[in-house]
Write a protein that binds this ligand. Structure first.
Ligand code: CP
Length: 313
């Protein structure tokens, strides 16, 4: 594995999940990356990704250095050929090039602007780091994907599933007051397809994910029908892809509660966090026995450890 930015960077998906599960049993292995340095660059806020990546690096014996580049670094220019006579002090070519000299692996978090579909889906910022850092790059969530989250999600599902049949997995949209990226939903879909899960997506009309992510996954605009007999339900808001970045619905009948759970096969309920209680998922579910969102968050450490150990070896 040269980089970790999407499912297509992975040669052996099962092997990577097994590796993460093994790290959960025996996390502290400081000889694996002793003396190595991991740069974690954030253009956007984070709780889980930031802390879990730091802990993962430390468990492997590496030093993790975090830079909130939007706050603490120079304002960055990403456009090639720009005459930098505005307020951008440093070009990404130099910034990424310098960080490539300091670190052994570079993690980068960027969010989409949700204004122009093509700009966001081109992954300009992530690609700039890939092109100019000269070292392995890990996506800590990009404009269109969140692969570290998806690895932790798949790992968590393996922990909670012991039957021989494939589980029925439903990704359901839920309301939100803000326009959120499609990254987690895109990535989860991509990973469920790669893991050959029986996936259904349910969302209101106007919220279908990009065709290149949903591929031929069954999309049902009737939430209760889609949820019937589900074994896992992943609840997540995303803004519209079709009417790009827009909030088209705040229909609270989509807020996931016990009524929704009752039509499933006692489904385990997942969310990547942060979650807005009462809006996305009701307290009765988050505080109930079916919720596994804290397991997902815990597993962010071991999934990051599996990825970093691959890139640092
Ligand atoms: N799930 C997730 O990536 O959380 P943070 O945004 O807090 O890192």
């Amino acid at each position: 594995m040269k980089h970790f930015t999407s499912i297509s960077d992975i040669n052996d998906l099962d092997g990577l999940v097994e590796k993460a599960l093994a790290f959960k049993k025996d996390a502290f292995q400081p000889t694996i990356a002793s003396g190595k340095k991991v740069g974690l660059i954030f253009l956007n806020p984070s709780l889980r990704t930031r802390l879990s990546s730091q802990i993962a690096a430390q468990n492997l014996g590496a030093e993790a250095i975090v830079l909130d580049i939007g706050k603490d670094g120079w304002a960055l220019e990403f456009e090639d050929g720009a005459v930098m006579n505005g307020n951008k002090a440093e070009h990404i070519r130099e910034a990424a090039g310098v960080m490539g000299r300091y670190f052994d692996v570079l993690g980068i978090r960027t969010f989409p602007e949700l204004k122009d579909k093509d700009t966001d889906y081109e992954e300009l910022l992530l690609n700039a780091f890939l092109n100019h850092a000269g070292i392995p790059v890990v996506s800590l969530e990009s404009a269109t994907r969140h692969p570290l989250q998806s690895l932790a999600d798949l790992m968590t599902m393996k922990e909670h599933w012991s039957e021989t049949r494939k589980p029925k997995v439903v990704l359901t949209w839920a309301p939100h007051v803000k326009a959120l990226p499609q990254a987690v939903a895109n990535s989860f879909t991509e990973w469920m397809i790669a893991a050959e899960m029986d996936l259904t997506i349910t969302n209101p009309a106007g919220y279908d994910l990009a065709p290149e992510f949903r591929k031929d996954v069954h999309v049902n605009h009737n939430q209760m029908e889609a949820l019937a007999d589900a074994d896992f339900v992943y609840v997540k808001n995303w803004s519209s892809y079709e009417q790009y970045g827009q909030v088209l619905s705040q229909d609270d009948t989509w807020t996931f509660g016990n009524g929704h759970l009752s039509v499933t096969n006692k489904a385990k309920v997942m969310h990547c966090l942060p979650v807005r209680r009462g809006l996305v998922i009701k307290d009765e579910v988050l505080d109930g026995p079916n919720a596994i969102h804290l397991d997902q968050s815990e597993n962010r450490v071991y999934s990051a450890q599996a990825v970093l150990s691959e890139l640092l070896k």
